[in-house]
Structure formats: structure tokens, C-alpha cells
Design a protein around this ligand. Structure first.
Ligand SMILES: [Zn+2]
Length: 146
């Protein structure tokens, strides 16, 4: 078993290029191994890469160590001349476009937050390797209520 297998639950095409542990945080550099991506505006597939950048995304902890994904995100040129957008950033099913936490981490925090009061939730989460404020817990519960 390796780290990459744990990430396959997020997306089967995720490939790990580097892992690093600094104190209680595990940094996992990863990227999607498929060459192409679909423009979210017109759904045309493109493989013409404009640039790359890194998104730092918190994920579920591993053995109480905080986990941060350094997610290499590609910006593509849209191949559709009819599209109003010249470029687009690739989207991921496991994290929303502007989010800094994976969906599965948000669901986990939501579950603890619904069970405990927010101060207890913060303590429980911290012991398990998730560092969030009570405001964040409350915000997540509120957002997931509907
Ligand atoms: Zn497009």
C-alpha cells in the first residue's frame, strides 16, 4: 500500500509525484495523469496546456497527521473557437473550484460538528490532525444543512 492508493478514492487518475512530512503535516504533491480536460463552459475537451499552478488543499488526516495536497492544476486553452472563454482551469470532482478542503474532509468535519458542540468539535478534530476554528465548523454545518 502506498499514499497514491489512498488518493485513488478521490480520483482514479491522480498521480503522486512527491511526498514530504514536516513535523505533523504530510505534503502530497499530485496531479491528474490524463492529458486532456473538459472546458467547464462549453464541455469541449482540450489538451493544449497554457500554464500550471499549485492549489493547496487540506484532506483527511493520516494517522493524526494533517494532510495537505499540493494539487498541480493545469490551465488549458479552450479548443472551441465558439467558446467565450479562451482558457480554463481544470476542475476536480473531489474539491470545488475555489475550495481549500476536499469534499470528503468537509463531510467529515460536518459530521463531527453535528454530533458535538463547536468547541468540542474543534478539540476532537485537532486531536485527529484537523486544525480548524469553531467559526469554520459552524460555517460548514450551516452550508451543508440544505
Ligand atoms: Zn470552452
Amino acid at each position: 500500500m502506498n499514499i497514491e492508493e489512498l488518493l485513488k478514492d478521490l480520483d482514479k487518475d491522480l498521480r503522486v509525484t512527491e511526498t514530504k512530512k514536516i513535523e505533523k503535516t504530510i505534503y502530497i504533491t499530485c496531479e491528474i495523469s490524463k492529458n486532456e480536460s473538459e472546458c467547464p463552459f462549453c464541455n469541449h475537451s482540450s489538451n493544449a496546456i497554457h500554464s500550471k499552478y499549485i492549489r493547496t488543499i487540506s484532506d483527511l488526516p493520516i494517522q493524526n497527521n494533517e494532510v495537505k495536497l499540493l494539487l498541480v492544476t493545469r490551465k488549458f486553452f479552450c479548443s472551441n473557437p465558439e467558446c467565450n472563454n479562451k482558457t480554463f482551469s481544470e476542475r476536480f470532482d473531489f474539491v470545488n473550484p475555489k475550495a481549500v478542503k476536499t469534499n470528503r474532509l468537509i463531510n467529515y468535519i460536518n459530521g463531527i460538528g453535528l454530533r458535538d458542540n463547536s468547541m468540542d468539535a474543534v478539540r476532537t478534530l485537532k486531536d485527529g490532525g484537523i486544525n480548524v476554528s469553531s467559526n469554520t465548523v459552524l460555517r460548514i454545518i450551516k452550508k451543508n444543512r440544505n
